[in-house]
Ligand binder design. Sequence first.
Ligand SMILES: [Zn+2]
Length: 106
Amino acid sequence: MLTAESLAELRVALETERDQLVRQIDDIDEDAESIDDNFADSGQVAAEMGENLTLVSALREQLADVEHALAKFDDGTFGQCEADGAPIPVDRLEAMPATRFCIEHA
Ligand SMILES: [Zn+2]
């Protein structure tokens, strides 16, 4: 059973995760900009920028999931499986607050 207290805790956890993701993405973006100015044509830097792009797109996907989960607090559907509307067990939400599905539909 999802209590108001655990809902509040999960929301804080998601907001914290969102802030961390935004900061990580910003850091990588800043790195990429400083690389651009100085060493734009080095192969090693190009490889590094490719890795950064992969990392940034993974982080952006996580961020989208987290923001999606936060939006569900506003429409009152947080904690419900998006496939069947069933309540997602609290244990599962605590392990991954941004999950969209119950175990059966994961
Ligand atoms: Zn489900």
